[in-house]
Structures are given as C-alpha cells and as structure tokens.
Design a protein around this ligand. Structure first.
Ligand code: NAD
Ligand code: DAU
Length: 353
C-alpha cells in the first residue's frame, strides 16, 4: 500500500506513547506508524498487543542514544514525520540518577533532530518533528497564576532540566536550520497503562495490597490532572494543524492537592473493593518530602482551546473511577510490571524515607 505518511513515534511502548500509537494506527489506516522503543522498565509491548496484526504498524527496538543506529534507521526508512515521546519520565528516578536523564532526554533528542535534519536535507516541505514535553519545564507556581506558553523556563529537578534542555534544542534547530518542529507541554496525565511508580497507579496498587500510601511532605503540593486520552487527542490536533515553530500548553484545568486526590482515590477504592468507608484512608502515611519538590503546576490551555477547538472530555471523578476499574480488571498487567526489578526499586525508593 502507498502510505500518505510514514511516522516514527518514539517511546510508543510507554504510557502516553502506547495511547498515541493506538489512536494513530486505528484512526489513520493510510499512515504507516513505526514505534521505536528500547523497552526500559517503563516500556512494555503488552501495552499494544491489540495492534500486533495491524498492517500499518511495526515496532523497532532501539535506543535513541545510539546515534549511528538511529541515523541508519532514518536513512533506510525515510520517515516523513517524527513524534518524539521516548524519555526517562520519573522525577524521583532523576534525583537518584540524573545522568541517565541527560543521555536519553537531551542526547537522545539531539540524535533524532540530527537524523531528521540529515535525511530531510533542507527539503522540509510536508515534514514535521513533534516534540512532546512537560509543564515541569516552567518550574513551580505559588498560590496563584498559571503556566502560559510564554512563561520563562525555570526547571528544578534533573528530569525537568533535561526536558527543558531538549525543548531548547528543538527550538534551536527550528531557528538555526528551519527544521519544521512543534512542541507541546502537558500537565500530569492519568489513565490506563501508566507504570505504577507514578502517584495514581502506585497508590491504586498499594491500596489493593493493603500497603502504606507514602505521601511526600504534607500532601499539599498541587498538580493539574489530565486524562491521557485527552492528551493524545490534543497531540493529534497539534500534529496536524499547529503552525510550525509554535508551542501549545495542554492541561486539564483540574487542580488537586495530592492529599485531596488521595482521599478521593481511597473513597473510590473502598467502594470498588467493598471496604468500609474510610478503610483505605488509614493507609495514608506521611513521609520525607521529595527533594526540590515543586509546589504547584497549573496549565493555561486557552491557546489550544481557541486555536484548535480542543477541550478535556472527562470530569476527573469519572476519569479516576474509569482508571481504578481498568487497574482492577487488568491485575495480570499490574502483576507482570510489578514483579522482578520493581520490588528492588520500590524498596530503595521508599525504605530511605
Ligand atoms: P513512560 O516512562 O511511561 O514511557 C517512556 C517510554 O520511552 C518507555 O516506553 C521507554 O521504554 C522509552 N524509552 C526510554 N528511554 C529510551 C531510549 N533511550 N530509547 C528509546 N526508548 C526509550 O513515559 P510517559 O509518561 O508515557 O511520557 C512520555 C512522554 O511524555 C515523555 O517525553 C514525558 O516527558 C512526556 N510527558 C509525560 C507526562 C506524564 O504525566 N506522564 C506529562 C507531560 C509530558
Ligand atoms: O507535570 C507533568 C509531569 O507529571 C510529567 O512530566 C512527569 O513525567 C510525570 O511523572 C509527572 O510528574 P510528577 O512528579 O508530578 O508525578 P508523580 O506521579 O511522580 O507525583 C505526583 C505528585 O505526588 C507529586 O507532587 C509527588 C507526589 N507523590 C508521588 C509519589 C510517587 C507522593 O506524595 N508520593 C509518591 O509516592
């Protein structure tokens, strides 16, 4: 078949990447989708078993840090577009091992930019490099205000510093070489297939297993939560419609203190597990705060809403309930990702607190 586009999606075996790959493979049968992922602890092909037989989908196991293999792949495949999600994504891990974040998030991104620039060779018509980034690059808010696309970068964790750096490189390649790029910066995602090191799936798993719920500090930090399927819908719109060289913020207008979110989660879990009201809340344990813990994130997504007509589709309570149901129904998935190395990570991360 003659495909209209050949799109490289990096990090497609991870949480957001797997939702994006699924959306694109099913919605655009005339696009050929190549999912490139090195399959770290966070990458899992079991997230995509429903796509294995799709003729417009293929998978390549490769490390974006390996410049020569990436270059060779671009030369062979002649991608028309790149949507780049592959990254080390967990703030706590970046505090323990910052260098790994520099390698994947900065060097890996530069390798992809170089290869795209090389094969497109100044023939940029109809080409696009979409870099998926985070609101954490903007730093931390006080009690008021929101992150806008023009907010100055002020990253605090090694994770956000590495993502900020990668964003700067993407913009530098646009300004210097005219490489056709767009960037989006999104708030905290939640939903199915999220690795249970992040707050919501970690706490669902712990509640289910009657384990302590380690709340950092006083639980007063605020995050702006967005359902992952709303994020990938926004990526679809931005990929197809955004003007080159632009940035879009994506967020749920849905701010929660961690402790209020955790209490809501406990309430939903009590109902789903037929526990007495208040039973799961007893697992809440306040532990040592995360180093450099950003107080508050809040995204102003009005540009995206106005330009491209996007808005979040789900109320948080509804989305959180759907998410809990998914994890309870997919205990096999949860068990498979929490066996092996996960226990070692968990003990090292939480014993010291
Ligand atoms: P994730 O950790 O679930 O998935 C990352 C994927 O990248 C994994 O499949 C992993 O195997 C792959 N990967 C890691 N290093 C690689 C390498 N060197 N080469 C090839 N593949 C590699 O992450 P996620 O939560 O799905 O986030 C995806 C992207 O979205 C990231 O760039 C992240 O910064 C960004 N983002 C995430 C959120 C969120 O709330 N999760 C919010 C905004 C932006
Ligand atoms: O804002 C977007 C970012 O959201 C993404 O770029 C990151 O990839 C993603 O991991 C997420 O970062 P956070 O650090 O906000 O997410 P996390 O789920 O790790 O933590 C959410 C909040 O919960 C944060 O304030 C820390 C707190 N927390 C987290 C864990 C894992 C706890 O209190 N206890 C925990 O055990």
């Amino acid at each position: 078949m003659d495909y209209k586009k050949k799109i490289l999606i990096t990090g497609g075996a991870g949480f957001i990447g797997s939702h994006l790959v699924r959306l694109f493979v099913n919605k655009y049968p005339n696009y050929q989708i190549v999912n490139l992922d090195v399959l770290t602890y966070a990458g899992n092909l079991a997230n995509l078993t429903d796509l294995e037989k799709k003729s417009n989908y293929s998978f390549v196991k490769m490390d974006i840090v390996d410049a020569s293999s990436i270059q060779e792949l671009f030369e062979t495949e002649q991608f028309t577009d790149v949507i780049h999600l592959a990254a080390e994504s967990h703030v706590d891990r970046s505090i323990t091992n910052p260098t790994e974040f520099v390698m994947t998030n900065v060097i890996g991104t530069v390798n992809l930019l170089n290869s795209a620039k090389h094969i497109w060779n100044d023939h940029f018509e109809g080409k696009r490099f979409y870099h998926v980034s985070t609101d954490e690059v903007y730093g931390s808010l006080g009690n008021t205000g929101m992150f806008e696309e023009t907010t100055a970068y002020d990253p605090h964790s090694p994770y956000s510093a590495s993502k900020a750096s990668s964003d700067h490189f993407v913009r530098a390649y646009f300004d210097t070489y005219g490489l056709p790029s767009v960037i989006s910066n999104c708030s905290n995602n939640y939903g199915s297939y999220q690795f249970p090191e992040k707050l919501i799936p970690l706490f669902i798993n712990n509640i289910q297993n009657n384990k302590a719920l380690p709340v950092y500090g006083k639980g007063e930090n605020i995050r702006d939560w967005l359902w992952v399927e709303d994020h990938v819908r926004a990526i679809d719109l931005i990929f197809h419609q955004a003007e080159l060289g632009t940035t879009y913020n994506i967020g749920g207008h849905n701010e929660w203190t961690n402790i209020d979110l955790i209490k809501l989660l406990c309430e939903i879990m009590d109902k789903k597990l037929n526990r007495k009201t208040g039973e799961s809340e007893q697992l809440i344990t306040y532990v040592k705060d995360r180093a450099g813990h950003d107080l508050r994130y809040a995204i102003d997504s009005s540009k995206l809403q106005k330009d491209l007509g996007w808005k979040p589709s789900l109320q948080f309570e509804e989305g959180l309930t759907k998410t809990v149901e998914w994890y309870l129904e997919n205990s096999e998935w949860l068990n498979s990702v929490t066996s092996g190395d996960y226990q070692k990570y968990y003990n090292e991360q939480y014993q010291k607190r």
